[in-house]
Design a protein. Structure first.
Length: 81
């Protein structure tokens, strides 16, 4: 499946870390209406980043599709919200 938008992830479940297949993405915090500003994060050459709003720890996993996450429930699709 082709994706044309920036991947979005959330941590409504409050997990300690989320593995994602993208180094550039948006964190929304929790599912609406409890989300924070949808902030763009860029890991650059690093393999992890912490969201400055919600402190979610994101870890890059090259085995995942750019729009996939572990846990899978962390994927947010804004067009469906």
């Amino acid at each position: 499946m082709a994706h044309n938008s920036t991947p979005h992830f959330h941590n409504t479940g409050g997990v300690a870390r989320i593995e994602i297949g993208a180094r550039e993405f948006k964190c929304v915090g929790a599912l609406p209406p409890y989300d924070h500003p949808h902030v763009f994060l860029d890991m650059g050459d690093e393999n992890e980043i912490v969201c400055p709003y919600c402190s979610t720890h994101y870890v890059y996993n090259a085995e995942l599709d750019s729009h996939a996450a572990k846990p899978a429930e962390a994927v947010f699709e804004p067009e469906r919200a």
